[in-house]
Design a protein around this ligand. Structure first.
Ligand code: FAD
Ligand code: SF4
Length: 457
């Protein structure tokens, strides 16, 4: 059997100086070879591993037979954004993690094949029969745009309200372009515009307009896909010093506002040494962006060990290759202050104890501490939902149920909230891990439920 095909990657020493895509696509020949490795299993485990159950063997078979358009159609029955998911899904924990070939050798490169097909093909827009019904969507991230596509296909007028001046949510302001080139995101958004989805930017729902007003304006249903953009901080001394950023702010400033460019109204102070606190994809992205904008020493500081790092394996490998230094079993204790600026950081040295409720061994303090010489700190410890919409609904006497952390409570099958005609999905109402594909799945489920509901009125 042929070996697993690999995409060409930019040399790490070169790519650490640019924002171009790290990897190119598989060539046509490589894609065919990779597709021919698939056993077309009768009971394909890979499909169970995919959160939206793409018919993986079927699209791989089409590649093998040279029917790329057909392969694209098969994928898009389940996923609107194959170019995105092929690049950002944690395949090793999803489809590829279940591939039978992985037991004895290497699994099929399902992600690489998915993006190969996604890049080469386009959504097919059939004839749309107008229903006269209209749906408002809050947020243009994965959940919002997926719901928008399926609702528009069903013939409803769809208006997406986005708080920022650009569309795409985390795919635009969070994930850096060297991981997700913007051409593909722009292509998908253009497709939606061509289908007739309307986008209104710079509108903060809950402030510029409320959910109640949207209802009064005649929207028959509303989908809240406002994500979870509120950063969690550490709660330690020194957190308010100059030079401390949340990863969200840091990435947004660079990805969306080009803060690293010379001529910018919102510049970022590039220091010498930066500690990024956390071990997920967001931490890896912040570290790799810090390398590219000129920090000389970039540390990822994580309180468990390498085995527990939650980031995608590929991002960890790429970060290491690009010179990011990992400090494991370090927990933040204090940020030192010199004239209002970060002047180093103190960490507690940890060791792993008993497993916690997540099943991972819990870090416990050894009582020892260590100092790290840094002038910048980026906190990547996760985010929570912004309470703006929830608070405005409360003021309008709309009883939206949320959990104690402020996430909207939904029916996992339909996305229905406790408020009539209001649905939610994605990071604002997680029903699994907060990933791009899960947000898309939620958008699809909400759209299906709304389409069914709108048929009844
Ligand atoms: P978002 O993408 O956050 O979109 C929400 C949108 O709503 C935003 O555009 C926001 O501006 C808008 N909005 C918010 N409030 C309002 C309001 N009041 N009015 C109007 N608009 C509003 N997942 C993976 O699967 N793989 C990865 O490698 C990966 N890497 C990541 C890296 C980073 C840096 C981050 C931050 C996340 C990453 N994720 C990754 C997670 C994944 O991107 C998210 O789970 C997913 O994009 C969530 O989609 P969403 O539609 O729920 O929210
Ligand atoms: Fe192909 Fe692996 Fe899926 Fe089997 S499990 S159908 S070999 S991708």
């Amino acid at each position: 059997m042929a070996v697993r095909q690999r995409q060409h990657e930019q040399d790490p020493m070169i790519r650490r100086t640019n924002f171009d895509a790290v990897e190119s696509n598989l060539t046509d020949e490589q894609a065919k070879i990779e597709a021919s490795r698939c056993l077309n299993c009768k009971n394909p485990k890979c499909v169970d591993g995919c959160p939206v159950n793409i018919n993986i063997p079927a699209f791989i078979k089409e590649i093998k037979e040279g029917n790329i358009e057909k392969a694209g159609e098969v994928i898009r029955e389940s996923s609107l954004l194959p170019s995105v998911c092929g690049r950002v899904c944690p395949q090793e924990r999803q489809c590829e993690g279940k591939c039978i070939l992985g037991i004895k050798s290497e699994p099929i490169a399902i992600g690489a094949l998915e993006r190969y097909v996604g890049d080469a093909t386009n959504i097919k827009i059939g004839e749309i029969k107008e229903t006269g019904k209209k749906v408002a969507i809050v947020g243009s991230g994965c959940a919002g745009i997926t719901a928008a596509a399926d609702l528009r296909k069903a013939g409803h007028e769809v208006v997406v309200f986005e708080a920022l001046h650009k569309l795409g949510g985390v795919l635009r302001y969070g994930i850096p372009p060297f991981r997700l080139p913007r051409t593909f995101l722009d292509k998908e958004i253009k497709n939606l515009k061509d289908m007739g989805v309307k986008f209104i930017t710079n509108v903060v729902v809950g402030k510029s307009i409320t959910i109640k007003q949207l209802e009064e304006d005649g929207f028959d249903a509303i989908v809240i896909g406002s994500g979870a953009g509120l950063p969690k901080m550490m709660g330690i001394a020194g957190e308010n010093l100059n030079g401390v950023f949340s990863a969200n702010e840091f990435l947004t400033r660079v990805n969306l506002m080009q803060a690293n460019m010379e001529e910018t109204p919102t510049p970022i102070r590039v220091g010498e040494k930066v500690a990024i606190i956390g071990g997920g994809n967001v931490a890896m992205d912040a570290a790799r962006v810090a390398v590219r904008i000129g920090f000389k020493e970039v540390y990822i500081v994580y309180r468990r060990t390498e085995t527990e790092l939650p980031a995608r394996l590929e991002e960890i490998r790429h970060a290491k290759e690009e010179g990011v230094i990992f400090k494991f079993l370090h927990a933040p204790k204090e940020i030192y202050n010199k004239d209002g600026y970060v002047a180093g950081m103190q960490f507690e040295i940890m060791e792993l104890g008993e497993p916690d409720e997540s099943g991972r061994r819990k870090p416990v303090s050894t009582g020892k501490t260590v100092d790290l010489d840094v002038d910048t700190v980026i906190v990547a410890l996760g985010t929570g939902p912004n309470p703006t919409i929830q608070a405005s609904m409360l003021r309008d006497n709309m009883k939206l149920e949320t959990n104690p952390k402020g996430y909207i409570i939904i029916d996992a099958e339909t996305g229905a909230t406790s408020v009539d005609k209001v649905y939610a999905g994605g990071d604002v109402a997680p029903t699994g891990s907060s990933t791009a594909i899960n947000a898309m799945g939620a958008g699809k489920r909400a759209a299906k439920a709304i389409n069914e509901y709108l048929e009844t009125i």
